[in-house]
Write a protein that binds this ligand. Sequence first.
Ligand SMILES: O=C(O)[C@H](O)[C@@H](O)[C@H](O)[C@H](O)COP(=O)(O)O
Length: 260
Amino acid sequence: MSDPELVVHRDKELMAQAVAARLITAIVDAQAARGVASVVLTGGRNGNALLAGLRASPARDAIDWSRLDLWWGDERFLPKGDPDRNDTQAREALLDGVPLDPARVHTMPVAGGAYGDDADAAAAAYAEELAAAAGPDDDGPVPTFDVLMLGVGPDTHVASLFPELPAVRETERTVVGVHGAPKPPATRVSLTLPAIRAAREVWLLAAGEDKAQAVAIALSGAGEMQAPAAGAYGRSRTLWLLDQAAAARLPGALEPPAGV
Ligand SMILES: O=C(O)[C@H](O)[C@@H](O)[C@H](O)[C@H](O)COP(=O)(O)O
């Protein structure tokens, strides 16, 4: 478990550019160290904005796209190609524009596909895919992701782990079906906290004043059942990437130095 570190950017546009640059460096470093990099993508506006920023960056050519594994932290359980699916939005923002190896793009199952409308079966299949990718050096049935990104919701949810719903209490399974989510669509598939904590680095993204309270709660010692973002940490690094509006309500002791 690593303690949270905070980086506060002037606004959400600059934050997207800076996180894109940070992600390029992290991928290049992981490929240099281990040959292959693995990244877990997040849905949401900040996640999509940083992918678009990455696509626009000339430094993206430093990445060997054929040696990058992509996974998702959660998915809205909707049919293939649905514009509200996180993977559809990621493809539009970046993935369709770079030479990825399709076998390394691990999208979550679609509704109406092999698992019909059974989100629990879809989750179990994704758990198997993760287990198959885990090697002897990994601690359990999930690969050690290099970077796992999570957008933080205004209610402190991350991935599709919403406060007080059963998914946030899961301690065994690595992926679960989520039913009755307060943010549409109600049915989702999500990594659980134990799977999230398998990552080397967890990056939490929040921008805008509607996130300020959630950020303050999650970083002020709240429990993970009430504030799932508080339970999201990486093995070696937990990085909160914020804009000034989202950082505005942090208690004094947590406030980073001004002027970033
Ligand atoms: O499926 C989803 O809806 C997302 O994965 C969700 O967890 C998102 O990341 C947060 O709600 C933050 O979203 P924004 O960045 O749009 O505020």
